[in-house]
Design a protein around this ligand. Sequence first.
Ligand code: SF4
Length: 381
Amino acid sequence: MITEYEVGDEKVFLLRRIIEVRIKKNVYERLRRRLSKEEIIQFSEEKRVLHHTTKRDLYYITRESGIPLLGHAAFGLIDRGTNLIQVRPITGCNLNCIFCSVDEGRKSRTKANDFIVDPDYLVEQFRKVAEFKGKGVEAHIDGQAEPFLYPYLPELVRGLKEVRETEVVSIQTNGTLLSESLIDQLEGSLDRINLSVSSLNPERAEKIYGVRYPVEKVRRIAEYIADSRIDLLIAPVWLPGINDEDIREIIEFALDIGAGKRWPPLGIQKYIPYKGGRKVKRVISFKFFYEKLRELEREYGVKLVLSPKDFGIEKRRRYPSKIRKGEVYSAKIVVDGRGFGEKIAVVGDRVVTVLTDRDVGEHVRFRIVRAKDGIYLGEEV
Ligand code: SF4
């Protein structure tokens, strides 16, 4: 699964349609005399590795890298104290939604680097957390990303499903990269797809997603999922003043195609402006939002006001960590961070994002300024 081509003075190898390895043509020609293509890709020190979609530097996280998978919001695992464990295998997105809470996509102004995690390492670490949580765990694949960009998705889903404590494997997607054959491969190990479609109108969809959006393809694939053994939940983001009329059309579409066999068919989300995310002008109150959902519930006879209970989510003890807000640590920087001015350091079995100008390999002293949901942020002191 290697495609090769040239761009300017660089030789480019594209691995699994997402990992772009770039080497200067003259360096490549020199190395080619002694090494095979595969050896050059693997061992050359003079290469750049990019995320093919976002064109940002891409870091591949393996067990051997020594980088833990707990502690970061963008990659690895997130345990928010329930029986649901978020699994984040890759960063980067093929869309540029105007409401994106994590400012993803090629037009992002805040993201400096991307990450991809080895599937075996991810499943191994998931198993550790799931064993701690006990029976009835949901593995929910999501991210600051479109998870279907992950080239090892079928392997990952199967691996997560095989963990004894896993009851449900679910995934979040914008639907644009799905195919019927991919759905066939996932059937039997994937339990639910949360499809975030916020408009079925081509012009409005393009405005909302910031790129040309394949409405017809997403419609077709939604129908295909609804007919498969995988459950389908359609999850539009309601953007008042922008897609009001689409919400009704999406409800009717979800009901028509038979979404939601085991779980509710629709999960309408309220637009919430997040710090660091992209913003739209009109924001409504939660009160108004739930009033509207209740009106639509009465009109369509479908449950729209949802709670974690509807998905079997309950509180569970968090996987233990010794790191506390306010504490000061000294640790080695192991890799660049996700955002500009961020680096990643390792403290025990966690990663901490540290705001510092120091380089990878240096030690840094920092104070933990955020420690919510097992995601750590430190400031250099
Ligand atoms: S699909 Fe999700 S991650 Fe991608 S730009 Fe839209 S909101 Fe952001």
